[in-house]
Design a protein around this ligand. Structure first.
Ligand code: GLV
Ligand code: GLV
Length: 336
């Protein structure tokens, strides 16, 4: 009798937003009942709670808050939350653990490469003033070659300070040293001997890194210990000629302190892909958007992993984690 029930129960999965096909196909191939939220927008909380009901697996995005409210709405059969993101600060891990719900994320070489490339896109765009130059050329302001027109700075020979030397930080390190001839320094909770051996990276305190780096690039997860990791004191340690790049999580940088640093020219500029009050670009939500007023600030709307290759990989990794857990196996990428 029990066996029959097991055979007839088809696990139910809810996906909070459409994404690249193959992950969904892999889940469908297993015969699971899958529902994907029909609208291409962030799912309203109320709808998420309704849709979660009776699910064995949830596949949410980093824009969905997954907490006790969702777990209660889903019911005790919920086994896994496969977050479609590398970061998982949107999921209450402690609450999931208490209920024995597995939480997974989507790390992948493809994502590491995509984020590392975007980090360099921002660094190069800042150093070589690409958006400004683009606007200049399109405005037909170009009146002939000039020795001083839109001069920027080299990456070559400069020191890159990586804050957080995990998978993505290491992919950035590889490009910095192998591709651009930069010197590498890093700070992290743990020493990364592999990084030191491969890229002659030098391990140092955050303070020393901020004092030394020409480019500071953030690659830490958002945790209570990394919230406002870069604030007034940190900006005051940076070189006036240094650039800050954030492709990690917005709240790792204190936005108010960043604005003060820009106003007072404490730093040379910033490349920002993630924002403290997302989806707002500025916490004040004023029409003025002060960040917009700086030529030495480049903004992108949380797109560091937005390549077809990376998004495809994220979908597959999320699907593989769901399949593993629903088949009673260990998850491939437990979030911890
Ligand atoms: C994107 O920010 C991610 O965490 O995958
Ligand atoms: C620039 O175009 C140069 O020839 O130096």
């Amino acid at each position: 009798m029990l066996r029959m029930t097991e055979q007839t129960h088809m696990p139910k999965i809810f996906v909070t937003r459409k994404f690249a096909d193959s992950g969904i196909k892999a889940l469908k191939a297993k015969g699971y009942k899958i529902e994907v939220y029909a609208e291409d927008k962030i799912i309203p909380r109320k709808t998420l709670l309704e849709k979660a009901k009776g699910c064995d697996a949830l596949l949410p995005l980093l824009t969905d808050k997954i907490d006790d409210g969702v777990f209660d709405a889903a019911g005790p059969q919920l086994k896994i939350v496969a977050n479609y993101a590398v970061g998982f600060d949107n999921v209450d891990l402690a609450a999931a653990k208490k209920r024995g719900i597995v939480v997974t994320n989507t790390p992948s070489d493809k994502v590491n490469e995509a984020v590392a490339e975007h980090t360099f896109a921002l660094m190069l765009a800042l150093a070589r003033r690409i958006p400004e130059a683009d606007r200049f050329a399109k405005a037909k302001k170009y009146a002939g070659w000039s020795p001083t027109l839109l001069t920027g700075t080299d990456l070559y020979g400069k020191t890159l300070g990586i804050v957080g030397a995990g998978r993505i930080g290491s992919a950035v390190a590889q490009r910095a040293v192998g591709g651009f001839g930069m010197k590498l320094i890093y700070s992290d909770m743990r020493q990364n001997v592999d990084l030191e051996r491969k890229f002659k990276a030098e391990y140092m305190s955050m303070e020393k890194l901020l004092q030394t780096a020409d480019f500071v690039s953030l690659h830490v997860p958002l945790l209570p210990s990394t919230r406002h990791l870069i604030s007034t004191a940190e900006f005051s340690m940076m070189k006036k000629t240094a650039f800050l790049v954030n492709t990690a999580r917005g709240p790792v940088v204190d936005e108010k302190a960043l604005l003060r640093a820009l106003r007072t020219k404490r730093i040379a500029g910033a490349g920002i892909d993630v924002f403290e009050c997302e989806p707002a670009i500025d916490c004040d939500m004023t029409d003025t958007l002060e960040l917009k007023t700086y030529d030495n600030v480049i903004l992108t709307p949380h797109i560091a992993s937005a390549t077809i290759e990376a998004r495809e990989a994220m979908g597959m990794v999320a699907a593989e984690n769901i399949i593993a857990v629903l088949e009673g196996k260990e998850p491939l990428n437990p979030a911890k």
